[in-house]
Design a protein around this ligand. Structure first.
Ligand code: SAM
Length: 379
């Protein structure tokens, strides 16, 4: 394997030289630097002690967690033997002279414990029952095959970070795959990204409740064709009940773009999309802390991270939005600037903000009819 050295955050990492990322013997995607930056920042805020990067590839994520956050113990794992070898090389590069290998496990003991393993992630997580304060699932495609093991391996008040890159099922291009993986009906069109994120989180809610656990969403987003959510678990049957109460459905009128949501475990009408998580997509305090940290920390994609967090910080945390282009098209009108519509709605006493889901959309507490009337008034 031909390797090149790159640096990201405080880590120096050897990665395979490859024309296209999916041809490489070990996976490395530089576009995910922003994902790793945001994760590092979140770890600095929630301060978990024992951390697992369950699907580690080059080890870059776990190594950054070890170098850049207060985590005391970081495990890096990958089923691919080439990846395991590379993780060890990368540990040696970042922590020179300190790595010991016993029975196909690499250890570093010192101020931090680092462990590298070459196991099936489900097997590892099932062996480490209620052990980790933070588990990161960053797979190819859907994380669902690892979810149950992760929910057993994470502590009852721990945090799960979950990535899904299977946007085709979650955004409704492959609805049967969405039904199989997430037991949910996805929607196509302008709301598909927010619905996809809410399907992912909603599935975790239905999986975790059987352990008498619930969760709070610390921060969840869609970007660059992937979904990401950080969930902090809460212990107790009541917390499980409260989490399930935040599930529900979306109904959508294709003709005019009006949407409705229903908070209920079962849908009461036909043509329901879901089940979806209809609770919060962020903890405002945590997002503000991450944003503040991003301003002063040396992260890889500082400018992009600050811009992205700036939008998330201001974003109204209500389910779904109006995309002015889609709204105009569906109602035979001309699209108008989102900023202008937001300004008018705010003047009339409504809340209205941009959303990270789409640059041409707005979130508001104004009723559909009011948003449409505003667009009409601007023709
Ligand atoms: N987290 C990495 C990063 O930030 O660069 C990228 C991980 S990559 C998208 C997914 C990794 O999961 C691959 O390296 C693959 O070998 C590994 N993998 C796939 N199935 C696995 C399994 N059952 N157990 C452990 N690792 C697995």
């Amino acid at each position: 394997m031909e390797l090149i050295e790159i640096s990201e955050g405080k880590a120096r990492v050897l990665v395979p030289k490859a024309e296209r990322i999916y041809d490489a013997p070990v996976f490395y995607n530089p576009v995910m630097a922003l994902n790793r930056d945001l994760s590092v920042l979140l770890l600095k805020v929630v301060k978990p002690k024992k951390v697992l990067d369950a699907l580690s590839a080059t080890g870059i994520r776990g190594i950054r967690y070890a170098l850049e956050t207060p985590a005391a113990e970081v495990w890096m794992n990958d089923i691919n033997p080439d990846a395991f070898e590379l993780i060890i090389k990368n540990l040696a590069l970042n922590f020179p002279g300190k790595i010991e290998i016993h029975e196909k496990r690499a250890f570093l003991k010192g101020s931090k414990v680092l462990v590298a393993t070459n196991l099936d992630a489900n097997r590892l997580m099932n062996d480490q029952f209620r052990y980790f304060d933070f588990i990161d699932l960053d797979p190819f495609g859907s994380p669902m095959e690892f979810l149950d093991s992760a929910l057993r391996s994470v502590k009852r008040k721990g945090v799960l970070a979950i990535t899904a890159t299977d946007t085709a099922p979650l955004c409704g291009a492959h609805p049967k795959a969405c039904l199989r993986k997430y037991n949910a009906v996805p929607i196509r069109g302008e709301l598909c990204h927010e619905a996809g994120l809410r399907i992912l989180i909603g599935t975790v809610a239905r999986y975790v409740a059987k352990y008498d656990m619930g969760f709070e969403v610390l921060f969840a987003y869609y970007k660059d064709h992937y979904f990401r959510a950080f969930l902090r678990f809460k212990d107790g049957a009541k917390k499980g009940d409260e989490t399930l109460e935040k599930l529900g459905y979306l109904y959508f009128n294709e003709k005019n773009g009006k949407f409705e949501i229903e908070r209920s475990f079962l849908p009461s009408k036909a043509k329901a999309y879901g089940p979806l998580w209809l609770g919060e997509l962020k903890n405002q305090e945590i997002v503000e802390e991450i944003h503040k940290l991003a301003e002063r920390e040396e992260i890889a994609e500082k400018k992009k991270v600050l811009k992205f967090l700036g939008i998330i910080k201001e974003e109204l945390d209500v389910p779904f939005f109006y995309d002015t282009h889609a709204l105009a098209r569906r109602n035979n009108l001309e699209a108008r600037k989102v900023s202008k519509i937001i300004e008018i709605l705010k003047e009339e006493g409504y809340k209205a903000t941009r959303t990270h889901f789409s640059p041409t959309a707005l979130k508001t507490d104004a009723p559909f009819e009011k948003v449409l009337e505003t667009l009409k008034s601007l023709q």
